[in-house]
Structure formats: C-alpha cells, structure tokens
Ligand binder design. Structure first.
Ligand code: ADP
Ligand code: ZN
Ligand code: ZN
Length: 706
C-alpha cells in the first residue's frame, strides 16, 4: 500500500507552489515526522503535515508523486500543538506554512542524515527529564511577590505582571517555575527575554536556582551545534527550562506548562524579516492552545497588554489578562528594610542653556559629585558613531549616502563615513568632494563624540585618590568583537569606570550596583516622531534607564543620598516628562490611551502594512495602489481602510525605493480575511504590467514601526 503525505517544505516565500506538497511513501509516517524529500534536483528537509492512503488507482493522480527519500524517524514527531502553532503563525502573519515550520527548526537539522541524527541523539542525554536542583539561597518572597505568585497558582491567566524596576519580577518568574517543576516531574517552562545580551545573566540566575542541567538557551548568538543541542534537549523533554529570545517561542516543548515573557513591551519581540511574528503575541496564543500559563512582565507594559489587562468597570467586562501589581522595589534586609527609592527625576530646560551646550553645568556638577564619592554615572544618547553628518561650510556638501536617502555617519575612530542602512563605507575625504574646501566639519553628536567631549570636560577633575576620571563607552561599535560586551560590562561592575557612555544597549536590564546617576541627553526626537508609538518607546526606555540607578539601597541609605535621573530637553513641560518624574506609568498609559482611542489607533484598531520595494518610488506606490483597488472587491473591504501609499521614513536604501500602505480595521478578523484575500491579488499583480519593476513585497501584520 502506498501513502500520500502532505509535506511542509521551505518553498520560496509566497511561492505559487502553495503551502504543502504531496509525496508518496511506503510507510504511513506520522504527522510531525521530519523527512528528506526531493525538490527539483535538490533534496530538502520537510515536515509531514498529514498522511492518507493514496488513491488505489495511480492513474487518478494527475502527476506521479515523488517518493520521500528518507525519514528522520529516530526523532519523536513534532506534536500537534507545535504544528498548530506553526499553522496559526503562518496564517496570521500571511506566510507559507513550510517557511514558518522550517525557520522554527535549528538550521543544523537540515544538514543531518538519518544516520547522523541517530548518532547525534545517542550522544544527547536522553535519560529523561532532569530533576531540577532546588537552591534555598532563594530569598523569602515579599508580600507583593507572594500575592502575585498566589494568583498565578490559582488563576488561569494570562497574567500581566506590572512591577517596577527592582520590584523582584525575576524572582517571581523563578518561583513560578519552581512550583511548576515541583508539582509535575516532567513539566517544562519557557522563559523569554528580548535581548541576547540579557540571556547570560538570566541563565546564570536560573542555573544557580535549578542546576545547570535543567536549563538550556536558544538564541541567534549560538553556534549551530549549540542550537541543535538545546533544541533537542527541549524537544526530548530533558531540558526543563528553555531560556531564549523571540525565536524560542517556536521551541518544540512537549510538556510546556508555563511561558514567561520578560519585558513584554520590548520591540525586539517582533521579528523584522520573513514571517514578521510577535513572539509575545504567539506566546499568549500558544499558552491558550497548550493549556500553559502565560506570565508577561514589565515595568512599562505595552499599551496593548495594559489595555488587555484593564479591570472591569461599568459597561466594560475588563480585559482578558489578569493584572498583577508590584509597585514597590525590594526592601533590603541588610538595611533595616529600606526600600531603594526610584531615582528623583530632574529636567534641564535646554532653552535656558547657552547655545551649543552638550552637558549643562548643573548636570556636570552632579556627575562631579558622584565622582568625588566614588559612585558611577551613566550618560546615554541614542545615536552611535561620532557625528551623524559631515558637512562643508562653504558649499553645503553633506555626507549623503549615494545609495540611500540618509546621511552617512562619521566614525572618527577609523576615519570612515558609514551608512547605517546599507553599510556603504568610505574613508573620510581630506577635502570637500564638491568644492575642495579643507575645512569639512561634523554636525551633531553621537556616542563616540560624546565620549570625547566628556573626556575634555572632566580632564581637570580628579578622583578621590587623585587619579584621572575613567570614561567608557558601550554601544554596537564598541562591542563588535566577540566577548567585548562581557568584558566592558565586567569593568563597569568592577568599579573601573566612573562615567559610562552608551546607547540604549546600556539602559536595559543590567543590574549595575554602583550607578547612582543616569542622564538622557537628547530624547526630544521621539516626542514629535511620525511614528505614533515613539512616545511609548521613549517612556519605557527612560523608565528602564532610570531603573539602572540606585539599585543598592543599603549604600544610598548609608550615604544619606538618593539616585538621580537627569533629562536634558527643550520641552520640559511635555506631559510625558511629568508622568516620568512621578514614575507614574498608569498616568502615562491613560493619557496615551485617550489619544489612541480618539484617533482610532491600536489597541483600539488593528493594523497591517503592505510594503513594496522597487527601483522607483512611483512603481512601488502604483503596485500598492493597484492592490488596494482590486481588494475593494473583497467582502471585508467595507470594514477595512487602506490609506494612500507613501514612502517609508527612509525612502531609499541600497538604491531601492520603498513604499508602504497602511491597512487598518476595527476588527481583527475582518483585517485577517482582507489580508488573506489580498494575497492572491498581490501574487497576480506581481506578474501583471503594474508589477514590473517591483523587487519584492511583503505584509507586516501588527507592525511595530509605522
Ligand atoms: P526586577 O526583575 O523586577 O527588576 P529583580 O528580580 O532583578 O527585579 O530583583 C531586584 C533585586 O532584588 C535582585 O538583586 C534580587 O535578587 C533581589 N530580590 C528579589 N526578590 C527578593 C526578595 N524577596 N528578598 C530579597 N531580595 C530580593
Ligand atoms: Zn564644499
Ligand atoms: Zn546607504
């Protein structure tokens, strides 16, 4: 008897081949089995999605089916819950099933033969689930922690843990995982963090609590063999806890019982290429499908999650999430129970400063006081490089990128002009390329130039022991080499740095004990951005940055001092800063939600972006416009608004013109049906005259940047 298998393969995105291809097999392979099959002249890996007995008369098949080349059947099949997650993600984000399925598997799996895999599995510890090693260095939960944990144990969730920085959210995650693992000897927990560079410290905390054998990591910074080993441990159930970045949401975990999403508001949970999924949103979906509890945590939740966790009120049943609040920072038992106060916020009105002021005198003085006391300060500026533009004062030449609608950034360290969009780099010209003027000068300031400026400012200042002030910089440039970030962070922790300069990289997550002052130098751009989420991002970034200061309550109490967050701004009256000064996220959220409600924007509406790239802006826009016009025939069109096609904020990158069209609806379901109905149109238009010159198109559902 022959079996007909429907197999998910990584066909090119949006290919006309459809989602599943049929193959013949002598064995009725179970759904979820990994197989190798011929595709064209290649042999590729696929996942069996369905098997049925083939039609008895082979003539009934229009085309003779090709045979499956082999099954990786040493591996247990991917279960139905995993396949459902993949199907849902593919459908929701408008991609092919095979693309999502294959991208969710470790790359090395594709290269292994059945024999190699069997050998690999033998080496893998298949001794069954690792019993976690309990650690009781575990602190006694605070009252707020205990209350949050009691609700997690008693209610179904999903939960939004709204806890200020330093309130002990991580401890809640650890305990929620611990009680789960104790209850069920095979249960597994998935813990997600937004950034790779936050995984090592979290991994250390989990490994200390549960033993290294119980925990594996999954993120893109790992080598392929490491990723395969982690994936197998999760799939076989030997790893009780999987820690990872957004990709980990697709980890195969047969006994998944708890999903934690730390810093759930972080934009890096949204994948920005291929299937543009939100790992946070998929986590919630997956939790419901698998009956796993979902715990989202943040000091500044996304407005979507905040709204979804609103308590019931008159005429409103409330959101679907249970909100758990931990407003207090952990009290320090070594310090008679003092609570580390959140830093006091000081706004410097830059309108009152002398022109061209970089660091106001008051801020410089405050940093000087920190140095005198042997404390650390952190100054952050969200722009790397030396200066964003190099310009000629005579003829007006500027360091534009020849391939993008953007300036190339001046990096002084290697005297290069580098485009941060297409990567095009050149040595800085000696003279103005346009008029020959020798005096070309940087305009504006990045972290590299700020570091240099601070070095000049603090050159005359001495540390208590008479030695010079030590300044360090951490950003994407300074940490390019493997291990550089760890080294630089270690130097900060060891107290070898007095002033740390950096981008938002240093604002997130790190538990710096000696930093008592944080300063944001130029955050104003986000106040007036065309992206409606910019204020939300800025608020959470500044709250996170503030959370880096004054983490050592005992020290501050002994000094009789408090931590400070400084903000230099031209708009000190902006309501965002008023809420920030009070550390009042709910006030900020209420204000933003009112605006969003009035404007009909998310979370009160649902959005998608259609994007087209082409050689000219006209071609890209015409393509989108044509798609929108044909889509008007769809039944859902009445419930969906298509805005006119517009260029992206950075319109041209690497000589490609980019256009987008915002599609919006008050109904998520209507938007979904509309997009699904538009997809065939887009495929067809691509082949039509209007699609000539279109390089690619894509759909971004629930886009995070407009
Ligand atoms: P968050 O994740 O909310 O920023 P953490 O979980 O990192 O906070 O906790 C902040 C600090 O407080 C950490 O050093 C942690 O070890 C400590 N901590 C957490 N919970 C307790 C507790 N119940 N008792 C004593 N210390 C605690
Ligand atoms: Zn010139
Ligand atoms: Zn460029």
């Amino acid at each position: 008897m022959t079996w007909r298998l429907e197999i998910a393969l990584q066909t090119p995105a949006h290919s006309a081949l459809g989602d599943l291809l049929s193959y013949a097999s002598a064995e009725p392979l179970a759904a979820g089995t990994l197989v190798r099959v011929p595709l064209g002249r290649r042999e590729v890996m696929g996942v069996v999605w369905a098997a049925e007995a083939a039609a008895p008369d082979p003539q009934a098949e229009k085309v003779a089916l090709r045979e499956v080349a082999g099954a990786l059947d040493a591996l247990p099949p991917l279960n139905a819950a995993w396949r459902d997650l993949v199907s849902f993600a593919a459908r929701y984000y408008q991609r092919s099933l095979g693309e999502v399925a294959l991208a969710a598997l470790p790359p090395q799996l594709r290269d292994l033969s059945a024999v190699q895999l069997a050998r690999r599995l033998k080496r893998q510890d298949t001794a069954g689930a690792q019993p976690p090693v309990a650690d009781q260095s575990a602190p006694t939960p605070s009252a707020e922690q205990a209350q949050a944990l009691a609700r997690v144990a008693a209610e179904p969730g999903p939960f939004l843990l709204f806890g200020s920085t330093g309130s002990g959210k991580t401890e809640v995650y650890l305990r929620a995982v611990a009680s789960l693992l104790e209850r069920d000897p095979q249960a597994q927990a998935l813990v997600m963090v937004p950034e790779i560079n936050l995984t090592p410290q979290l991994e250390a905390r989990f490994a200390q609590r549960f033993g290294a054998g119980a925990v594996v990591s999954l993120h893109s910074g790992m080598t392929n063999p490491q990723r395969l080993a982690s994936w197998l441990a999760a799939h076989l159930g030997t790893a009780r806890i999987v820690l990872g970045t957004r990709m980990a949401v697709f980890a195969s975990m047969p006994r998944l019982s708890l999903i934690v999403v730390d810093e759930e508001h972080d934009p890096s949970y949204k994948q920005q290429e291929g299937a543009r999924y939100s790992a946070r949103d998929l986590a919630v979906w997956r939790g419901r499908r698998e009956g796993a509890k979902v715990l989202l945590g943040s000091a500044t939740p996304s407005l979507e999650s905040w709204q979804q966790s609103r308590p019931p009120s008159e005429g409103d049943a409330g959101g679907r999430y249970a909100r758990l609040e931990m407003p207090s920072r952990i009290r320090d038992p070594d310090n008679g129970g003092a609570e580390a106060a959140l830093p006091g916020v000081r706004l410097v009105d830059m309108n009152l400063q002398p022109p061209k002021t970089v660091l106001s005198a008051a801020l410089m003085d405050a940093i000087g006081q920190r140095i005198a006391r042997g404390e650390q300060s952190m100054v952050f500026l969200n722009r790397r490089g030396y200066a964003p533009v190099l310009a000629c004062g005579d003829c007006g030449w500027k360091s534009e990128c020849p391939h993008c609608s953007a300036y190339r950034v001046f990096h002084k360290i290697d005297r290069s002009l580098r485009c941060h969009h297409c990567g095009f780099a050149e040595r800085v010209p000696r003279a103005c390329p346009s008029c020959g003027n020798l005096d070309i000068a940087p305009i504006g300031r990045g972290t590299e130039r700020l570091e240099e400026h601070l070095a000049e400012l603090f050159e005359p200042v001495r540390r208590p022991d008479g030695s010079p002030v030590r300044i360090a910089r951490i950003d994407a440039d300074s940490t390019r080499k493997q291990g550089a970030l760890e080294q630089q962070l270690a130097a900060v922790h060891a107290g070898e740095v007095d002033i740390l300069v950096g981008t938002q990289m240093i604002a997130k997550g790190h538990d710096f004990r000696r930093i008592t002052l944080v300063a944001a130098l130029n955050p104003d751009g986000a106040l007036f951005s065309s992206d409606f989420r910019a204020p939300e991002r800025l608020f959470s970034l500044l709250m996170q940055a503030a959370g880096r200061a004054g983490r050592d309550a005992a020290y501050l109490a002994a000094q009789g001092s408090t931590a400070q967050m400084w903000i230099q701004t031209h708009h000190p009256q902006h309501p965002l800063f008023a809420a920030l000064a009070e550390h009042d996220y709910p006030a900020f959220a209420a204000q933003e939600l009112d605006e969003r409600r009035a404007a009909g924007m998310p979370p009160f509406a649902f959005q998608a972006l259609l994007r087209a790239d082409a050689r000219t802006q006209d071609v890209a826009q015409a393509f989108l416009q044509a798609a929108a016009e044909s889509a008007q025939a769809l039944q859902e069109a009445a419930q969906v608004s298509c805005y006119p096609a517009v260029p992206l904020a950075i319109q041209r990158v690497a000589n490609v013109e980019r256009a987008q069209m915002l599609v919006e609806s008050g109904s998520r379901a209507a938007l979904q049906r509309f997009l699904a109905g538009t997809l065939p149109t887009l495929h067809a238009l691509r082949q039509a005259p209007v699609g000539k010159g279109v390089i690619r198109w894509l759909v971004d559902v629930d886009p995070q940047a407009i």
